[in-house]
Write a new protein. Structure first.
Length: 83
C-alpha cells in the first residue's frame, strides 16, 4: 500500500523531510511509526514513545491502533499551543 506522509514543525526540521510517498505494509499507525524509527538515530529519537507528537490520518486525530489503508494521508506533528 502507498501512504502519503507529511511532517510538520520540529519534526520536519529534525528529519529533513516535509513529505513523502511511502510504500509499506504497515496496518496501523503504531506499525508505521515502528517502521519509520528504523530509518536511523534521528528518526528513532524524534518518534520515540516518550516524545510528544501527534498523528492524524486523513485529517482526523489517530491513535496507535488506528488502521491504515492504501492512499491514506498521515500527518506527524508536535502538539500546537496557543496564547
Amino acid at each position: 500500500m502507498t501512504l502519503n506522509l507529511l511532517y510538520f514543525a520540529r519534526l520536519r526540521e529534525a528529519l529533513g523531510v516535509e513529505s513523502e510517498r511511502l510504500d509499506c505494509e504497515a496496518a496501523t499507525v503504531d506499525e508505521l511509526l515502528a517502521l519509520l524509527r528504523q530509518r536511523g538515530p534521528s528518526w528513532a529519537r524524534e518518534l520515540a514513545a516518550d516524545r510528544v507528537f501527534r498523528v492524524a490520518v486523513n485529517q482526523q486525530m489517530a491513535r496507535a491502533d488506528t488502521p491504515l489503508a492504501d492512499g491514506d494521508e498521515v500527518a506527524v506533528f508536535p502538539p500546537v499551543t496557543g496564547g
